[in-house]
Design a binder for this molecule. Structure first.
Ligand SMILES: Nc1nc2c(ncn2[C@@H]2O[C@H](COP(=O)(O)OP(=O)(O)OP(=O)(O)O)[C@@H](O)[C@H]2O)c(=O)[nH]1
Ligand SMILES: [Mg+2]
Length: 309
């Protein structure tokens, strides 16, 4: 960690900022954009993020810890969904600022219900209206801002397009004043609190979202069973074995595909993603296993990392 510069007239700030909101609004997209690396997976489907993931951004005068959360949703039928919601809602507490992200379509009854969780905590909230690039008529923004201001005492309302956010410094400038003064909490080259191994499992899970249709990705979990660096000609090669858990034998056949074609494709794309993220050669072996009702099984959920203590 670099020594803190005491001659700097600006006090250093450090704090935690939760990215919250309903599923699919672009929270993980924004996190990756700010940090400048892919640390949280993204898909076109809702409920992609399942875990609390911190992304760390270090500037000379401030260190921001962004907490990406699963979208808060209303279907709590499965134990997995309840655990995921609990993760999202508990991340609203003990932080310095909440960025509540909605998309430019605006408010509806479901969204207002989700927002109740935010109303209940005593933390400053900034409203981010994302995906403004999708607004055909930009004059629609002003009524949405007015409606939002009437709903809640937001510290600020910021329309953005996370997918193409170029001016990250300017965006961070609007957040920094809400962070308390304090020294950095992480080394300045650390970008996430999550391990490489976790990132690898997420990049595999992302491929299931991108390549498998319908509801199947929601019935799946990824478990890394081997994660070993070996050396070949002095170059590290990472050997990963991972199990894709599904709930039914029929799902296993779909994931494997005809002659193993689907699984091969998932494996190839995931391997490339992991190689790109970690900068080394990867050997990836995938297995598919059935455990009926894994999404209900508390101990399996815990061993897969879905635990809230
Ligand atoms: N047009 C447009 N699409 C966006 C923007 N930001 C994100 N998206 C897309 O919205 C989809 C959802 O993005 P995510 O970042 O996965 O959303 P999320 O809020 O993290 O979703 P969950 O993890 O499911 O809660 C992806 O297809 C993104 O490419 C944006 O500014 N404009
Ligand atoms: Mg997400």
């Amino acid at each position: 960690m670099k020594a803190h510069d005491n001659t700097n007239p600006k006090p250093h700030r450090f704090g935690f900022i939760t990215l919250a909101g309903p599923p699919n609004t672009g929270k993980s997209t924004l996190l990756n954009r700010i940090v400048g690396e892919k640390i949280s997976i993204i898909s076109r489907r809702p409920q992609t993020t399942r875990h609390r993931i911190c992304g760390i951004k270090t500037l000379p005068d401030a260190q921001f810890v962004f907490v990406d959360t699963p979208g808060i949703h209303s279907d709590e039928k499965k134990n997995l969904n309840r655990v995921i919601n609990k993760t999202a809602v508990s991340s609203l507490n003990d932080v310095d600022l909440i960025l509540f992200m909605i998309d430019a379509k605006g408010w509806n009854a479901q969204l207002e219900k989700t927002f109740k969780h935010v109303r209940n905590v005593n933390t400053p909230v900034i409203l981010l209206i994302n995906k403004v690039d999708q607004l055909k008529d930009k004059s629609m923004l002003l009524p949405l801002i007015n409606e939002s201001m009437a709903m809640f005492n937001f510290k600020e309302i910021i329309p953005i397009s996370a997918i193409s956010l170029d001016d990250v410094p300017n965006f961070l400038d609007s957040l920094v004043k809400h962070l308390p003064e304090g020294p950095p909490g992480f080394p300045d080259d650390q970008v996430t609190d999550r391990s490489e191994r976790f990132l690898a499992s997420e990049l595999i899970r992302e491929q299931t979202f991108l390549r498998l249709g319908q509801e199947l990705p929601y019935s799946m979990a990824v478990q890394i069973t081997k994660y070993e660096y070996k050396k070949k000609h002095d170059r590290p090669i990472l050997h990963i074995d991972a199990t894709l858990w599904v709930e039914k034998p029929g799902q296993k056949s779909i994931v494997i595909g005809k002659g193993g074609s689907q699984l091969k494709l998932i494996g190839q794309h995931a391997r490339r993603q992991v190689e790109h993220a970690l900068g080394c050669q990867v050997f990836l072996t995938l297995w598919v296993k059935v455990t009926k009702g894994w999404a209900e099984n508390a101990s399996l959920l815990q061993s897969l990392g879905y635990c809230e203590t």
